[in-house]
Design a protein around this ligand. Structure first.
Ligand code: GLU
Length: 272
C-alpha cells in the first residue's frame, strides 16, 4: 500500500512538473489581453524624465505625459483601471519586456528595422527628431561645429548613428572618438555641465527635460525622424495586434492628436 501511494505521488508530481515546464504560455510569450484583464493590472515600462511623454513627479509619485495617458486608455479598453508603471531607460526597456516584467513599453521607443527583429511595434503614435543641447557659451551653432567635439549619447539609443549620418550628409566626418556613451540622461547632463562633453545628442522631446539657464537646444538642428511605437514581446502576437488596432483607430478618430495636445506637446515632426 505504501509503495502504491509513493508511486501515485511521484506520478502526480511528474504531471505537476510538466505543467510548469510547458503549459504556462504566458511566461514565455507574455500575457494576452485576456490575461491582463483577468489580473486587473496593466504593466507598462515608461520614462520618468521626458516632459510631455513620461514624467515622474517625485513629490507625489505620479506620472504624466502622452505615454501615461495612452497606458490608462488602453487599460480602460481592457476594462481595468489599474496601471503599474516601471521606470525604464533606453538600455533597459527591451530586457524588461523579454523578462516578462512588463506587458509593453511606452517610452519614446523609436521603431527601427533592427529592433523589429526583437520586438513588435505598433504604428507610430508620435514622430520626434534628434537634436542637440549645448552650453549657451559653447559657440556651437550646428553640426558643422562638431568635428573636434565630444558628444554625449545614451547607450542603446539611436542617437549616435543618427548624428553620424546627419553629419555625413553635410560632409562632416564624425567617428566613434567623437562620442562618449552614458547609461542615463542625467549623467550626460552632468558631463555637459562639467565640460566632459561639448554636446548632448538625443530626441528633442528628451532634451527638453534638461534645458536650464546655462544651455539651449539648437532649434534649427533637427534630423532623423524618430517614430515612437508601443513595443511588446516578440512572440506575443495577440497582444501586439490588440494594441495595433487601438493605435490605428485612435490615430484615425483624433484621440491621439487630442492626447498630444492635452500634454502641451507640439505635433509630430515632419521631415523636409
Ligand atoms: N528614441 C530614441 C531611441 O529609441 C532615443 C533614446 C530613448 O528613447 O531614450 O533610441
Amino acid at each position: 500500500m505504501k509503495k502504491l501511494l509513493a508511486l501515485l505521488l511521484s506520478v502526480t508530481m511528474l504531471f505537476a512538473l510538466a505543467a510548469c515546464g510547458g503549459g504556462d504560455d504566458s511566461a514565455s510569450t507574455g500575457r494576452t489581453p485576456g490575461d491582463i484583464a483577468a489580473d486587473g493590472v496593466l504593466k507598462v515600462g515608461v520614462k520618468t524624465d521626458v516632459p510631455g511623454f513620461g514624467l515622474l513627479d517625485t513629490v507625489d509619485n505620479t506620472y504624466s505625459g502622452i505615454e501615461i495617458d495612452l497606458s490608462y486608455k488602453i487599460a480602460e479598453e481592457l476594462g481595468i483601471d489599474k496601471v503599474e508603471f516601471t521606470p525604464v531607460t533606453a538600455a533597459t526597456r527591451g530586457q524588461l519586456l523579454d523578462s516578462g516584467d512588463i506587458d509593453m513599453v511606452a517610452a519614446t521607443f523609436t521603431i527601427t528595422d533592427e529592433r523589429k527583429q526583437s520586438w513588435n511595434f505598433t504604428t507610430p503614435y508620435y514622430i520626434d527628431a534628434v537634436s542637440l543641447l549645448v552650453k549657451k557659451d559653447s559657440g556651437i551653432e550646428g553640426i558643422a561645429d562638431l568635428a573636434d567635439k565630444v558628444i554625449g549619447v545614451s547607450t542603446g539609443s539611436t542617437s549616435m548613428q543618427a548624428l553620424i549620418a546627419a553629419a555625413a550628409d553635410q560632409e562632416v566626418t564624425l567617428t566613434d572618438d567623437n562620442f562618449s556613451e552614458f547609461a542615463t540622461y542625467p549623467e550626460i547632463k552632468a558631463a555637459l555641465d562639467s565640460g566632459r562633453v561639448d554636446a548632448f545628442c538625443v530626441d528633442g522631446s528628451i532634451l527638453a527635460g534638461y534645458v536650464d539657464d546655462t544651455n539651449h537646444i539648437l532649434e534649427s538642428v533637427r534630423f532623423s525622424p524618430q517614430e515612437y511605437g508601443l513595443a511588446t514581446k516578440k512572440d506575443n502576437t495577440e497582444w501586439a495586434e490588440y494594441l495595433e488596432n487601438l493605435i490605428t483607430g485612435w490615430l484615425e478618430d483624433g484621440t491621439i492628436a487630442q492626447i498630444v495636445a492635452d500634454n502641451g506637446v507640439v505635433a509630430s515632426f515632419e521631415a523636409e
